[in-house]
Write a protein that binds this ligand. Sequence first.
Ligand SMILES: NC(=O)c1ccc[n+]([C@@H]2O[C@H](COP(=O)([O-])OP(=O)(O)OC[C@H]3O[C@@H](n4cnc5c(N)ncnc54)[C@H](OP(=O)(O)O)[C@@H]3O)[C@@H](O)[C@H]2O)c1
Length: 248
Amino acid sequence: MQEWLGGALALGLALLWLLAAPSIRKYISGGKCTSTAKLNGKVVVITGANTGIGKETARDLAGRGARVILACRDMEKAEAAANEIRTKTGNQQVIAKKLDLADTKSIREFAENFLKEEKELHILINNAGVLLCPYSKTVDGFEMQFAVNHFGTRVTANALHPGSIVSELGRHLTILIFLGKLLTFFLKTPQEGAQTSVYCAVAEELESVSGKYFSDCKPAYVWPQGCDDETAKKLWDVSCELLGIQWD
Ligand SMILES: NC(=O)c1ccc[n+]([C@@H]2O[C@H](COP(=O)([O-])OP(=O)(O)OC[C@H]3O[C@@H](n4cnc5c(N)ncnc54)[C@H](OP(=O)(O)O)[C@@H]3O)[C@@H](O)[C@H]2O)c1
C-alpha cells in the first residue's frame, strides 16, 4: 500500500511538473522586446560582443539592419562571432574591432580609430564585464574587475540588469560553472538576457529617456544608494582623477 502511494505521489508530482514547466520557463524568460524598429543606417558599438548577452544583442540589432561593431579584446573570438552573425542575419555590416577595457591605451586607440572611420555613433552598448576574476592588476595598475566594469564601461545614459543568464560570466569560479549547468532550466538563455539591452537600444518611447534603470524591458527600482547624487559625483571625480581626465 505504502509503495503504491509513493508511486502515485511521484507520478502526480511528475505530471504537475510537466504541466507547470512551460509556465515556469515563460516566467523565467522575463520581458521580451516587442519593438519591430529597423536600424538601417544606424551605427552600433557593443563591447564584449563575442559571446553571451553581447553576442545575442549584436545579432538582434544586426537583424534590424544596423552597422554593428563588435568591440572585443580577443580578435579571434570576435571575428568568429562577427562571421556567425553575418551568416545568420545576412547583414554584411557586422565588423570586429579590437578593444581591451583593461587597458586605457586600447580604449583611446579604439575611440580614435572609430572617430576616423565612422561618421556617427547612434547606439553604444556597454556590455562587457567580468565577475570575481582572480586578483590581478591592469597595465594601468588598477584592480582588474573594477577597471573593466567601472572605468571601462560604466559611463552610461541608461543602465539595466539583464537577469540571471547562462553565459561565460561565471568562468572564474568553478562553483558558478557547476551551478550554471545544474540550474540551466531556471536561468535565462543569452537571447532572453539580451532583451532588455535590445529594448533600451530600439524602443521608440525611450528616445528622450536618459539616466534610468531597466530590467525585463521596463523601468526597475533603484535603491536609494543608487540615487545619491553626492556619492555619484564623488565617484565621478575620483574616477577622472585616477584616469587623469580633465572634465569641464
Ligand atoms: N550573466 C548574468 O547573469 C548577468 C547578470 C547581471 C549582469 N550581467 C552583465 O551582463 C554583461 C554581459 O555578461 P554575460 O553574461 O554575457 O558574460 P560573458 O558571457 O562572460 O561575456 C562577457 C563579455 O565581456 C568581455 N570582456 C571581459 N573583459 C573584457 C575586457 N577587458 N575588454 C573587453 N571585453 C571584455 C568578454 O570577452 P572575452 O570572451 O574575451 O573574455 C565577453 O565578451 C556583463 O557586464 C555582466 O556583468 C550578467
